[in-house]
Design a protein around this ligand. Structure first.
Ligand code: CP
Length: 312
């Protein structure tokens, strides 16, 4: 049996992104996540401090990890959770995001989690709905809970984020995961590299204070963490991209290429993985090198921490 959680306060009512979180906020979330990770490994995983509260998951884009982990997190905390079925909703009859938010707000939820294709969706609905809103991934802007669970996973294995070198590799142009990780890792004094093929060069690159590489081997040399990104096929309109085979040849992470990173380097990937495109099949499943499953486990704990802090 583990001790009682101390639920801290943070500076933000909403979790729109990592950009607005302080270092203290991040540390408080990671510390509380540790409590929930241990709790989640007990037989009785329930910690019902949100009994009687209502949480709505509003996912306009597909999701497995984020949606299910928010649902599990809410249930383990004792909240009533509703996953809104977008396809079966009045959005399909033409109701706007504004009117949907107003309608849901009238039902007095205690927190809304939103995933959406546009860049400031969570801020937009937080201006309409009178409860905290968590961004569960929006456009190419941010995916803050992914960066928090990635940070938790790194700290769990490497003890600290300070002075470690992290290569974020692949489809930088379309990745909200990369942007949230950039903000978090820079705040925590990690060395951050963006490693991308020319055709995935981020259009807003001048916003980021990073070393850049267009060659994967050079970009991962001497790094502690190799974070591979999914190719976001659903956001790509350019039809002149290389084949999957030639992408893997040039930019896929293999055992051979990973030898260039530090000997104890860890491989992260937010999932879902395009196997043998971004990463060699066997390497993705190699528990000595890859912490992809740990990332998923930690996602539940981090989301329990976020919900328990943010629901008032
Ligand atoms: N990493 C991530 O956001 O995965 P899902 O799309 O499955 O939620």
């Amino acid at each position: 049996m583990i001790k009682k959680a101390n639920i801290p306060e943070i500076t933000q009512k909403h979790l729109h992104g990592i950009k607005n979180l302080s270092i203290e906020d991040i540390n408080k979330i990671l510390e509380l996540s540790n409590f929930f990770k241990l709790k989640n490994r007990e037989k009785d995983k329930n910690y019902p401090i949100l009994k009687g509260r209502t949480i709505i998951n509003l996912f306009f884009e597909p999701s497995t990890r984020t949606l299910i982990s928010f649902e599990i997190a809410a249930k383990r905390l004792g909240a009533d959770v509703i996953n809104m079925n977008i396809e079966g909703s009045s959005l399909r009859k033409g109701e706007s995001l504004h009117d949907t938010a107003q309608t849901l707000g009238a039902m007095n939820p205690d927190l809304v989690v939103i995933r959406h294709g546009i860049d400031n969706a969570s801020k937009q609905i937080s201006e309409i709905i009178n409860c905290p809103v968590i961004n569960a991934g929006e456009g190419i802007n941010e995916h803050p809970t992914q960066a928090l669970l990635d940070a938790y996973t790194i700290v769990d294995n490497k003890r600290s984020l300070k002075n470690i070198t992290v290569a974020i590799c692949g489809d930088l142009e379309h990745s909200r995961v990369a942007r949230s990780n950039y903000y978090l890792l820079k705040k925590m004094e990690s060395n951050v590299r963006f490693v991308y093929p020319e055709f995935f060069k981020p259009k807003d690159l001048n916003r980021y204070d990073v070393e850049t590489y267009t060659n994967l081997e050079e970009g991962i040399t001497g790094t502690d963490i190799v974070m591979m990104l999914r190719i976001q096929n659903e956001r790509i309109t350019d039809t002149n991209l290389p084949s999957k085979e030639s992408y893997f040849e040039e930019f896929g992470l293999t055992y051979e290429k990973l030898k260039l990173a530090n000997p104890d380097a860890l491989v992260l990937h937010p999932g879902p993985i395009n196997r043998n495109v971004e990463i060699e099949d066997r390497l993705a499943d190699d528990l000595d090198k890859s912490v992809i499953n740990e990332q998923v486990e930690n996602g539940v704990a981090v989301r329990m921490a976020c919900l328990s802090i943010m629901v008032k």
